[in-house]
Design a protein around this ligand. Structure first.
Ligand code: UGA
Length: 426
């Protein structure tokens, strides 16, 4: 059992704290947000993540996991490892904003015990680890980079059963010490330099985002050429070098990572005089994907959205999360409102933001009531079980756009028009 502190209790920090405590370590989670800490100390999760509250309850009872908003308590716990999991949001230029990270590092430099390791899990530009080491001015404290590859919605599983664990360090023996924390996890583990580890995270996210942009472009091409996109992607994915996962078309990729990390990677490349034209094109293709979804809704409304009522099912950036950061659904809703539409939105978990012209419905059927067009923008499984007959009867004009390809074909028999992103699956 090692003594570990986790600084910053957002998605990554919280799941890291829970994951390490589940591995048998004594973990103290720190966040400056007192209300978050008090919620967590009561075993309640500030984020929606399946299995999180159950795990919190067990670990808090076992006393392996505690939370605090007092940095002195972190110092008193004499952690051998301090995981830094603070946000690195995008600034105006597209680069990652490291203000919080830098200030946290200065604070930690005053309390980190001798021989402890500062493990950076926040996604940071290449070279940040080295800069933080200088900022620390502590020769007796080491730096390591240990990027997180969890996906929201499946975070608990991703932390317990990762595809791989990467630890970067530039001092001998440090990466090995961090990897010992994960002894209980059976997966490939690699030791790299800090710089490689930092770049692995960005390269992986940018590659996945690029893959999805390609898939979305192929979906559009399939629609225009009357090919069946499901068959095209199935046939493509059967090539082992391509694979079948992460191949689902949609109205664009969003969330708190891909949009920010692709822009940050382009910015890193620009800084060092390198070019990443493929990533830049993937970003542009992603904008086009949500524009196409808006265009489909405009067409279903007869070419003019002014004073039309659009029902939206799903505002989260993907299913199984309450996160709406950089959600394609919200981008699309924004555009619909600009076109003069009124929007009624429903999401099983995520909050619908307060905005003029946008109202929150308490069920899928309520959202559809009186609507001219219904758009499915997040792939929540409950939507595929809603009765097409009941829904379309409640609508004024029953035009339906399925941007996630989740509604059964039977909708075609009930909707006045039924359009599926990427074209029909028949
Ligand atoms: C992503 C990465 O998948 C994680 O590996 C990484 O750790 C994380 O970012 C991060 O940097 O913290 P996440 O943002 O939670 O995870 O969500 P994804 O499941 O990757 O989905 C991102 C977007 O792609 C969503 O809008 C989703 O709807 C879309 N998507 C995903 C598709 O349109 N099709 C797919 O087949 C998969």
């Amino acid at each position: 059992m090692k003594s570990v502190a986790v600084v910053g209790l957002g998605y990554v920090g919280l799941t890291t704290a829970v994951g390490l405590a589940q591995l048998g370590h004594k973990v103290l989670g720190f966040d400056t947000d007192a209300s978050k800490v008090s919620l967590l100390s009561d075993g309640k999760s500030p984020i929606y993540e399946e299995g999180m509250e159950l795990a919190l309850g067990t670990l808090i009872d076992s006393k392996n996991l505690n939370f605090t908003n007092h940095i002195e308590q972190v110092a008193d716990s004499k952690p051998e490892f301090i995981f830094v999991c603070v946000a690195t949001p995008q600034d105006k230029s597209g680069a990652a904003n490291l203000t919080v990270l830098n200030s946290v590092t200065s604070q930690l430099s005053a309390i980190a015990p001798t021989d402890s390791i500062l493990v950076v899990k926040s996604t940071v530009p290449v070279g940040t680890g080295r800069i933080l080491a200088e900022l620390m001015q502590r020769k007796d404290v080491f730096m390591a980079s240990n990027p997180e590859f969890l996906r929201e919605g499946t975070a608990m599983r991703d932390v317990a059963e990762p595809d791989r664990i990467v630890v970067g360090a530039n001092s001998p023996g440090v990466a090995g010490r961090v990897l010992e924390l994960y002894e209980g996890i059976d997966c490939p583990k690699i030791e790299t330099s800090v710089e490689s580890s930092e770049l692995i995270k960005y390269a992986a996210n940018a590659y996945l985002a690029m893959r999805l942009s390609f898939v979305n472009d192929i979906a559009e091409l399939s629609e225009k050429t009357h090919a069946n996109v499901d068959q095209v992607l199935q046939g493509m994915g059967m090539d082992k070098r391509i694979g079948t996962s992460f191949l689902k078309p949609g109205p664009g990729w969003g969330g708190s990572c891909f949009p920010k990390d692709t822009c940050a990677l382009v910015s890193i490349a620009n800084t060092v005089g390198a070019n990443l034209p493929l990533v830049e094109t993937a970003i542009a293709s992603n904008r086009a994907a949500s524009d196409r979804a808006v265009q489909a809704i405009v067409e279903l409304a007869g070419g003019d959205l002014s004073n039309k009522l659009v029902a939206v099912w799903g505002v989260a950036f993907k299913a199984h999360t309450d996160d709406v950061r950089d959600s394609p659904a919200l981008k699309i809703i924004e555009a619909l409102l600009k076109h003069g539409a009124v929007v009624q939105a429903y999401d099983p978990i995520a909050s619908v933001p307060e905005q003029t012209g946008l109202s929150k419905s308490s069920s899928a059927l309520q959202a559809a009531t009186g609507a001219d067009v219904l758009a499915i923008l997040t792939e929540w499984p409950e939507f595929s079980g809603v009765s097409p007959e009941e829904t379309t009867k409640l609508m004024k004009n029953s035009a339906v756009f399925d941007a996630r390809r989740i509604l059964p074909e039977s909708w075609r028999n009930h909707a006045s028009e039924f359009r599926v992103l990427g074209g029909s699956s028949k």
